[in-house]
Design a protein around this ligand. Structure first.
Ligand code: ADP
Ligand code: SF4
Length: 690
């Protein structure tokens, strides 16, 4: 019988170059950018090694007037930036993949904080980048400015070609770039040849494509990244309107169409809001208008969905950012028929959050992401065991599960004990809350791996005490016992707790996840600020409660701005009828009333409620670890380590990382020195300019 997935491994011609297969790592930011070129090159190289046929850069600024500081994206301002990019090309080519560069002028999105140049835009307007509230406006572009932008883009394309890039992008997506600002009626009020009818508004994009073809088209494929729908209706580009018209006008001009929806929060929608293939309904038309290959994204992790997208004529190449982050070896696993080994992205956007925090990319599912160079971690390979040792891991949340899995992969004899009847800790429980079902993949992938390991035994329903450990006689114990939500109200800025919380009408997220739900009018007090407060408000609304969500922050689910979800969460809660009170700090609970201070009111505010759910700090469940310390002291234990939320409560990605780190470090000397390499550019080995 023929292999139904063989179609994914067909080569695809992109102008003068040929992609070896249909797996295409689209441009994605990573928080490393120009500042950490070694880290970046190693990360991209791993993708190529894992079978991605094309590996792209992130957006690469072509000029200092396109300066995205303080974000670390790519830079090709001049020749001095070439060695860093050449490093990436080299590591991608080493595995036979094509290297693509996404050139960009960021127009009204560039605040130019580092370069201090005046930002450029179709008109004089407030800049829209860096959070959207920078007190600076752009300069209305002159004719000379347009000529300059074209020259800068052409020069960058030539330089990219010279260091070996195979595909060069002209980028009009995500509301981030100058060609897109010109396309947009919102930003373009010009009356010259760059304004007015669409044919004029599309002019710069057309010119950039033509210039790029002219400059490098004999050697490089020319790609266009276009947002075909901004999900703003008539206010923006739509796939039924101007998005379609633009593709029709430029249909055969580029060698490749890379199409998606805009802005970034729509393009990288989380699994809470969109499912696999969610962009097909917007981008599906493109192939009907062009003979050129089309790549698109949609968080594809299932080989069947990928084959289907190609067979239905929606896409020619399967674009992926997040699926390639969660599993750089996804193509190789499909090629080798190891589908059950695919580590599927859960759609949480922790990877995105790293970019907006200006730190190297990380991933909930893939703890090696961003650590390829600085720690030398490979997503598939790990050092074999240093000795024939047995390790007891207590607690099967993300930290314990990943630790047991990675220790098992190293070949140790591992016992994983879990007090609850179900393995998976907080992830198994949280994944049952509204919208978080895909998070279950964190548990499922690890359990799937563990099942294949005869050297790992799992014991659910086994509460472990210090006496058990002694009796069991395991020489090495790793404690991953998690954390419990506080019931006293102690949290950031509330170190004394909240008077009145001893009432029976006070609940925590643990109660909700254990099925103990309040009734009536419920106040969800969110001093945690990530996803859980909003999710619990949703859950309680569905259970028939009348919910008010109050938070000391200026926005509901404040931190979810980093995962691009904040606006969607707010809209969803409003749609469900949840009353939202921002800048409210809970000070006291009285029968039937919660007293708050508010930055929006001079007098205290009283909220009538029958029950309160507190999302404040968590208490590490570190009692087992503490009770084992004497055993370590007198030599009955040879090693003891506390990881994950039991050490320091945090996000799931950190628990997975800590579990992985503990497994990698097991049997090695950890001496307190900086445990990873730090990029101090120009790096260890001098780079040579081409
Ligand atoms: P993390 O995020 O650090 O992995 P979790 O809270 O998700 O932490 O998981 C911790 C797990 O440890 C929970 O499933 C909990 O039931 C389990 N656990 C806690 N204490 C013990 C114990 N003494 N013995 C066995 N399992 C325990
Ligand atoms: Fe997917 Fe989350 Fe990993 Fe990003 S961090 S790649 S969204 S699992």
């Amino acid at each position: 019988m023929s292999n139904p997935f063989a179609i994914l491994f067909e080569p695809v011609r992109i102008g003068p170059v040929t992609a070896p297969n249909r797996f295409y790592q689209v441009p994605h930011c990573n928080g490393m950018g120009w500042r950490m070129p070694e880290s970046l090159a190693a990360m991209r190289g791993i993708k190529a090694e894992g079978g991605w046929g094309v590996v792209c850069t992130e957006e690469v600024e072509i000029h200092h007037t396109s300066d995205l500081s303080p974000y670390f994206e790519g830079r090709l301002w001049d020749r001095e930036d070439l060695p860093a990019l050449a490093r990436m090309v080299e590591s991608v080519h080493a595995h036979g993949a094509l290297a693509a560069i996404e050139l960009v002028h960021n127009g009204a999105n560039a605040v130019n904080l580092y370069s201090r140049a005046a930002p450029l835009a179709p008109r004089s307007m407030s800049v829209i980048g860096a959070g959207g509230y920078e007190p600076v406006q752009t300069r209305r572009m002159s004719k000379a400015d347009f000529r300059d932008v074209r020259r800068w883009h052409r020069d960058a394309a030539l330089r990219a070609r010279d260091i070996g890039f195979d595909i060069v992008y002209c980028y009009a997506g995500h509301q981030l770039t100058l060609p897109m600002h010109l396309l947009s009626r919102r930003f373009n009020d010009r009356h010259d040849e760059y304004g007015g009818p669409l044919v004029n508004r599309v002019r710069l994009l057309r010119e950039l494509i033509e210039d790029t073809r002219d400059a490098v088209g004999d050697r490089c494929g020319v790609a266009v990244r276009l947002a075909v729908d901004e999900l703003m209706g008539d206010e923006g580009v739509t796939s039924e309107g101007e998005g379609r018209d633009i593709v029709a006008m430029l249909a055969e001009l580029p060698d490749l169409w890379d199409v998606n929806i805009s802005g970034w929060s729509n393009d990288s929608a989380t699994s809470r809001f969109e499912k696999e293939g969610y962009q097909e309904r917007y981008c599906g038309f493109v192939k009907s208008l062009t003979s050129k290959p089309v790549v698109g994204v949609g968080r594809y992790t299932s080989p069947d969905a990928m084959v289907s997208a190609i067979r239905r004529g929606v896409l020619d190449l399967i674009g992926a950012a997040r699926p390639s982050i969660a599993d750089p070896f996804l193509p190789a696993k499909i090629r080798e028929g190891r589908h059950d080994e695919i580590r599927e992205c859960i759609g949480c956007n922790i990877c995105v959050a790293a970019d907006s925090r200006h730190v190297p990319i990380r991933c909930t599912q893939n703890p090696t992401m961003g650590e390829e160079w600085r720690r030398g971690w490979h997503p598939e390979v790990i050092a074999p065991r240093h000795a024939d040792e047995q390790v007891l891991v207590v607690g099967s949340g993300p930290a314990g599960l990943e630790c047991a899995r990675a220790l098992g992969q190293r070949g140790y004899s591992v016992v994983l004990a879990e007090a609850r009847d179900e393995l998976g800790g907080r992830v198994a429980r949280e994944a049952r809350l509204p919208g978080l079902a895909e998070w279950r993949r964190v548990v499922d992938w690890r359990l799937g791996r563990l099942r294949r390991m005869p050297n790992v035994a799992t014991y659910p329903g086994s509460l472990v005490t210090a006496a058990d450990v002694e009796e069991f006689g395991a020489p090495h114990v790793i404690v991953a016992t998690g954390a419990t939500w506080r019931r006293d109200g102690v949290g950031r800025n509330q170190w004394r707790g909240i008077p009145g919380v001893d009432a029976r009408s006070v609940f925590t997220p643990d109660d909700i996840m254990d099925g103990r739900l309040p009734t009536g009018r419920v106040l969800v007090y969110d001093n945690d600020h990530f996803y859980l407060g909003g999710v619990i408000a949703e859950q309680l609304t569905a259970a028939g409660c009348e919910v008010t969500l109050a938070t000391p922050a200026a926005l509901v689910s404040f931190w979810t701005q980093h995962t691009l979800e904040q606006e969607r969460i707010q809209r969803r809660l409003l749609g469900l009828g949840v009353r939202l009170l921002t800048e409210h700090t809970l000070t006291m609970l009285l029968p039937g009333v919660a007293a708050c201070t508010s930055a929006r009111a001079l007098d205290p505010v009283q909220i009538e409620c029958d029950a309160v759910v507190l999302l404040t700090d968590r208490l590490p469940d570190d009692a087992l670890h503490a009770s084992l310390l004497p055993l370590l002291g007198d030599g009955r234990l040879r090693s003891l380590r506390c990881i994950g939320d039991a050490e320091a409560p945090g996000i799931i990605a950190q628990a997975v990382f800590q579990g992985h780190l503990a497994a990698r470090e097991f049997g090695t000397d950890v001496d307190g020195a900086t445990p990873f390499r730090v990029e101090r550019w120009p790096g260890e080995a001098p780079l040579v300019l081409p």
